[in-house]
Design a protein around this ligand. Structure first.
Ligand code: HPA
Ligand code: ZN
Length: 355
């Protein structure tokens, strides 16, 4: 467990939290870059490329963002991504995200991307990675935001497609640090990709997977035991298995929780019903992230501030711990982590001194 620095967290009044949550440095570890594609950019790219959209305008598209579950979202999310054709489109999408991230004091972001969403439409993986890696380099240079890419396999597709995706991406191995697993969870358990992950492990890639968003706690266990992932994306349904909760706490497995996403996709009925505080109190290594911010109503700072507003039991100490966890659970180097955590400590020390 993280030993907290000697800061007078209890002196910080709750009224100071929204500004502090926005101001504190943080990492974002669960962000689908295709889920940062705002309706305005969808329409601009559609017009540029002559792609027909089944929505009259930006407002009509936004009105369609009323989801009942994960699948109802994924259908619209894959349709939105159909306007991404050239490397410049991927770069523009990612730069728009990085500008929002910089404004939210994100120091480091690990971005998921879904090659199969694009290769199935005839867009080569080289185009996708060229555009995204160009934006990653510019984010560092122009905005001071550190970033890396994580290639996700679509779990509703088969093992052979995942292997083919990996092979097609390997010439660009230096541009991504790991692999993940996303798309329709129920009925597509982690073990479907056991051999793909074993290969990725041999290649020295970092391993993560979505599990326990809509799927059962057993999927979290097989992600850990069969795929050997280092983090669990979402994981909130672990609470259905108390022994698993104990294990996640003991092993300090990071969970990349996405509160606004969970409400939009009806994983929880409302933000004040979210189990994030309970997970923290059980000693789990929880982080806060935005998932698909263009679709779910807020970037990472909105996820922090709205969750703290909805859950009054969350404290300044929790705010510190969430940001600290985001750096510790990242795949960044130890030297970078130390710099960001020192900055985090300074921000909280100042807030406590001012109180
Ligand atoms: N879950 C699964 N797949 C996804 C998600 C998600 O929240 N966002 C984008 N692809
Ligand atoms: Zn996700």
């Amino acid at each position: 467990m993280t030993t907290l620095p000697d800061i007078a967290f209890d002196a910080i009044p709750r009224a100071a939290l929204p500004a502090l949550l926005r101001r504190m440095p943080k990492a974002e570890l669960h962000l689908h870059i295709e889920g940062s594609l705002e309706p305005e950019l969808i329409f601009a790219l559609a017009q540029q490329h002559g792609v027909a959209l089944p929505y009259a305008d930006v407002e009509a598209l936004r009105r369609a963002y009323a989801f009942t579950d994960l699948q109802s979202f994924l259908d619209i999310y894959y349709a939105g991504a159909s306007v991404l054709l050239q490397a410049a489109d991927f770069e523009a999408m990612a730069m728009a995200y990085f500008e929002r991230a910089a404004a939210d004091n994100v120091r480091h972001a690990e971005l998921f991307f879904d090659p199969q969403t694009h290769t199935e439409r005839g867009v080569p993986v080289s185009t996708v990675i060229e555009g995204l890696s160009g934006a990653v380099a510019r984010a560092k240079q122009e905005l001071g935001v550190s970033a890396s890419l994580i290639l996700c396999f679509l779990r509703h597709l088969d093992e052979a497609s995942a292997f083919a995706t990996l092979e097609a991406a390997l010439p660009f191995r230096q541009h991504f640090i790991g692999v993940g697993l996303d798309s329709s969870e129920r009925g597509n358990p982690p073990e479907k990709f056991a051999r793909v992950y074993a290969r990725c492990r041999e290649l020295g890639l970092h391993l993560v997977a979505h599990a326990g968003e809509e799927g059962p706690p057993a999927y979290i266990e097989t992600a850990l035991d069969v795929l050997k992932v280092e983090r669990i994306d979402h994981g909130v349904r672990c609470v259905d298995d108390p022994a698993l909760v104990q294990r996640l706490a003991r092993e300090q497995v990071p969970l990349t929780v996405c509160p606004l996403s969970n409400v939009k996709l009806c994983v929880f009925d409302a933000l004040d019903k979210h189990n994030l505080k309970a997970l923290l109190d059980a000693g789990l290594k929880v982080t806060i992230n935005s998932d698909d911010p263009a679709y779910f109503g807020g970037y990472v700072n909105a996820n922090y501030t709205e969750t703290f507003a909805a859950l009054p039991a969350l404290t300044a100490r929790d705010a510190y711990l969430l940001a600290r966890n985001s750096f510790e659970a990242s795949f960044a180097g130890d030297a970078d982590k130390a710099v960001w955590i020192a900055e985090l400590d300074a921000v909280f020390r100042e807030a406590a001194a001012r109180a």
